[in-house]
Design a binder for this molecule. Structure first.
Ligand SMILES: *Cc1c(COP(=O)(O)O)cnc(C)c1O
Length: 392
């Protein structure tokens, strides 16, 4: 094997307006360059406590069981589902997007039976359908996606959904990966038992340590399981030893990622969580208005529009992949294509965390309008740019 000659790391300087990761705040990048301490160092224990306190603030919860799970959002997702769902139990999942499908897959691997509540891609769940599914299947666990990144749909009526589930003594697991820190989310007030998220969406932190919170009741269910969960790494009864009072070694915490998450959450607390939700509504609102002023549609109804992920309709005859390439090549600007049922139908434009800034939105609307026009769409780029300028 020859000695490889690899150049110094020099990735392009992109503006990240896709479905995640989003632009990382410079303060978070700096936190990641901080020297390590041991993962059981008393100084790190304090950093863990502070990170947990900041996570509770962002989730709007008093849950003691609030931790960053080592890994990406899928790790906190699998920690939630793999610990809560016991073999032979039934989990109700939605069909209205990509991530509901992933919930189903994880529940099956945990040994659960999966049943579905139907809604088309691009629409939220209807509470009446959820109630019908509960009457029909009596599931033990109900999972839903608060912010469906594959469709740009925000699930409204969350307290109604959790109420239905609790009337049937089911545990509610909410996917909040694309809502935490960007879209109104109130874990305690809305009676969500288990919520998981990711750092690289509205928290604008690199992927690697992913928020998870469980109520006392949900944790009691986990701790009284008959058989341990199938994953050793994500076993919450073992992680309790590290993140709980004992502070015993389980696995080495990703120290740098915890530093990053702590700093990202400090930024959330400085801004104020409600102001942060408002900022997302305002900047993404300008993006939406700008796109619509150009004569291009934004898919979901206003009632369940998701500010952090905007599903822009691909105009007739336009090649979505070419538009995405044009933005990357011409403007160092990242957006993404549609997935699954919406492949080729939508462009997914994120407006998350540090990316949700006026300068990004101006660039996005002008660049997207130009690329769509170059690729044959009939769009009024100037009207879009003007609308954004007026709104921001
Ligand atoms: C991104 C995402 C995930 C998975 O997170 P990863 O960090 O990619 O593992 C899960 N659910 C939703 C809604 C997401 O947007």
């Amino acid at each position: 094997m020859d000695r490889p000659e690899v150049p110094e790391l020099a990735p392009p300087d992109r503006t990240l307006m896709g479905p995640g990761p989003s632009d990382v705040h410079p303060r978070v990048l700096r936190a990641m360059a901080t020297p390590l301490v041991g993962h059981l160092d008393p100084a790190f224990v304090e950093i863990m406590d502070e990170t947990q306190e900041l996570l509770r603030y962002a989730f709007r919860t008093d849950n003691e069981w609030t931790i960053p799970v080592s890994g990406t959002g899928s790790a906190s997702m699998e920690a939630a589902i793999g610990n809560v769902v016991e073999p032979g139990e039934t989990m109700l999942v939605p069909t209205n997007g990509y991530f509901g499908g992933r919930m189903a897959e994880m529940a099956r691997r945990a040994g659960g039976e999966v049943v579905e509540v139907d809604a088309p891609w691009g629409e939220p769940l209807n509470p009446a359908d959820v109630a019908d599914a509960f009457d029909e299947y009596q599931p033990d666990v109900f999972g839903f996606v608060h912010a469906e990144t594959s469709t740009g749909v925000r699930q409204p009526d969350v307290p109604e959904l959790t109420g239905i589930a609790h009337d049937h003594d089911a545990v509610v697991i909410a996917d909040c990966v694309t809502s935490l820190g960007g879209v109104e989310l109130r874990v305690d007030e809305w009676d969500i038992d288990v919520a998981y998220a990711g750092p690289q969406k509205c928290l604008s932190c690199p992927p690697g340590a992913s928020p998870l919170t469980l109520s006392d009741d949900a944790m009691e269910k986990v701790l009284s399981r008959e058989a341990p969960p199938r994953s050793w790494y994500l076993d919450l009864s073992l992680l309790e030893g590290y993140w709980g009072d004992e502070r015993a070694y389980h696995h080495t915490a990703p120290v740098t990622n915890v530093y990053a998450l702590r700093e990202a959450l400090r930024l959330v607390a400085e801004e104020g969580i409600e102001r942060r939700w408002e900022r997302h509504r305002e900047t993404a609102g300008a993006l939406k208005a700008g796109v619509e002023a150009m004569g291009v549609g934004l898919e979901p109804d206003d009632e369940y529009w998701l500010p952090s992920l905007n599903a822009v309709s691909v105009p007739d005859g336009v090649d979505d992949a070419a538009v995405i390439d044009d933005l990357l090549d011409g403007y160092d600007l990242e957006i993404a294509s549609g997935l699954g049922d919406l492949a080729g139908e939508i462009l997914r434009v994120g407006c998350m965390g540090h990316s949700a800034r006026p300068a990004n939105v101006s660039l996005l609307v002008s660049a997207l309008g130009t690329a769509l026009r170059d690729r044959g769409a009939d769009v009024d780029v100037a009207a879009g740019a003007e609308t954004v300028a007026e709104r921001l």
